[in-house]
Each structure stands twice: as structure tokens, then as C-alpha cells.
Design a protein around this ligand. Structure first.
Ligand SMILES: [Fe+2]
Length: 288
């Protein structure tokens, strides 16, 4: 029962309280999206079924990280902390699906290399591909991409540019970047036996819609989208830098028995995330 000496709120007072609540909610949401979610990493676990998997590979853990964007925007201490904690996940293999850095010319190459050097990345079998930002501003600076490639390879990371390799019977192919116009799937698969288990690293998931996949029936691991960085109820993610909007994040079953996984990335191009936490993905290899 309301106290008899309390006056009911006027319409103006009600509107004032609603406005104050709205402002508080908006400021709280902005603070969360700016200060908390960009560094609130989610570790996602899922199985990776692969046909003809050698028995020795069953149960092995492959950890995917993506889109570090080392540079002036992403807090480097945050990135180093995430990389340091990767060993807690007991990975057997590590893959990095592009956008190691953000830069205008070549100014963040050394910081990107130092960030990787001071992490478990150099002590694990690590495989990587380049993303559009690794080609510097406008995504077409081949000299920057080549210098980054050389220095990352010097760390012991197997950085694949339209080529493949084999570890413990697992084939790992790596496409060069789509927006940099360097993708060549035929070259990427030139030495791949499609009857054996294969993982293809490709920064931009739109690559899955190219016509050149032949009889590839393995997994494509991508990044690039950051999941949209901000995702809202009803409208979803307003900004998605891909043609096929089905490839925003997570797992997608594709034709030909292929599977695509789009990691939401660790970094950001602007420090804001909402409803799309940064991600480390842990895949457990399983026979089909
Ligand atoms: Fe990115």
C-alpha cells in the first residue's frame, strides 16, 4: 500500500525516471562493450570428425586462434596474456588463421613477431596463414606481407601461402588471402591427397564458395569476421565483411562433405565487442 503522505508521481516525473534509466542502461552497455567484452575470451570446445584419421591422431587437440591484430589498437598485454595461457589447453597443434597484425606500412611487424616470440607459439607445432590486414593498408602491400612471412617463419611457425604440409599424417593446407587477391586454391591443393585427412586454413570464409575445391572433404578453418564484433537481438550483426552472411561465426556444414569453422578472433579493429566475445577454439580430432 502506498504511504498516504506520499504523492503519486506526475507524468513528467515518470518520464524523467524512464529517461534516466535509459541513459544508465546505455552508458552501462557502452562501458561493458568497451571495457569488458573485448578482453573476455571464451574457450570453445568441439570435436573435429575427419575421415581416414590415423589412430595415433584420435584425441589430439588442435587449438585455433585468429585475428590478433597486433598493433596500436589492441591491448598488447591482453594478447600476450591470452597466448601465455594457451598451454593450459594442452594443445598438440596450434593454428593461426590470419590478421596477425594491423598496420599502415610495416610499423607493427616487429611488435607482432615479438608478441609471438614471447609466447608458447614458438614451442608448439604452429601453422598459420595471412589475412588481409597482414598486407598493410589497402591490403595489397606484398613487401609487408613478405617481410612478416619471413620473420614469422624464422620463429619456427609454418606459415602457408597457397601450399600445404603434413604433420603426423594430418595434411594442413593454407590459402593466401582473398582480399589481397593472392588466393590460389589449385596451388594450395597441388600436393594434397584428398583421400587423407586435411585441414585447410583460409582467413576469409568466403573462400569456401570458390569453385576449385575439387574432392576436398575436410575442415576449413577461418576468421576475418570477428563474428561482426557487435551483435544485437533481432537485427544481428550490422557489420559483416563477407559476401556469404551464413559464414559470420561458428560451424557451417558445406556441400561435398566439407565443414567450415569461423573463429570470432581475439583482436579488434576498434575496441568494442557486444554479444560476440573473443574466442579460442579447441578442436579434438575424432575419426568418422
Ligand atoms: Fe581481422
Amino acid at each position: 500500500m502506498p504511504s498516504p503522505d506520499r504523492q503519486p508521481l506526475t507524468r513528467r516525473q515518470w518520464l524523467g525516471r524512464i529517461a534516466a534509466g535509459g541513459v544508465t542502461l546505455a552508458l552501462g552497455s557502452y562501458a561493458y562493450a568497451w571495457r569488458i567484452e573485448p578482453h573476455w575470451v571464451e574457450v570453445t570446445h568441439r570435436t573435429m570428425p575427419l575421415a581416414n584419421l590415423p589412430p595415433a591422431l584420435a584425441g589430439k587437440r588442435l587449438v585455433q586462434i585468429s585475428d590478433l591484430h597486433v598493433g596500436p589498437v589492441v591491448d598488447n598485454a591482453y594478447l600476450r596474456g591470452v597466448l601465455r595461457r594457451l598451454t593450459d589447453l594442452e594443445p598438440d597443434y596450434l593454428v593461426i588463421t590470419g590478421d596477425l597484425m594491423s598496420c599502415f606500412h610495416r610499423e607493427t611487424i616487429d611488435l607482432a613477431v615479438e608478441t609471438l616470440r614471447d609466447s608458447p607459439v614458438v614451442n608448439l607445432p604452429t601453422f598459420a596463414v595471412l589475412g588481409n590486414h597482414d598486407y598493410s593498408e589497402n591490403f595489397h602491400n606484398l613487401h609487408v606481407a613478405d617481410e612478416l612471412t619471413d620473420k614469422v617463419r624464422d620463429l619456427g611457425v609454418t606459415l602457408l601461402r597457397n601450399e600445404s604440409t603434413v604433420i603426423d599424417g594430418l595434411q594442413i593446407a593454407g590459402c593466401d588471402d582473398r582480399w589481397a587477391r593472392r588466393t590460389d586454391l589449385n596451388a594450395t591443393f597441388a600436393r594434397v591427397d584428398h583421400t587423407r585427412p586435411t585441414i585447410c586454413l583460409a582467413h576469409n570464409p568466403d573462400i569456401a564458395d570458390l569453385p576449385d575445391w575439387s574432392t576436398f572433404g575436410g575442415w576449413i578453418l577461418s576468421g576475418h569476421t570477428h563474428g561482426g564484433q557487435c551483435r544485437f537481438p533481432i537485427i544481428g550483426a550490422p557489420v559483416l565483411p563477407i559476401k556469404n552472411k551464413a559464414y559470420a561465426r561458428g560451424h557451417v556444414s558445406l556441400n561435398g562433405g566439407r565443414n567450415l569453422y569461423v573463429n570470432r578472433g581475439l583482436g579488434y579493429t576498434r575496441r568494442i565487442r557486444f554479444g560476440v566475445r573473443p574466442e579460442v577454439t579447441v578442436f579434438t580430432l575424432t575419426p568418422v
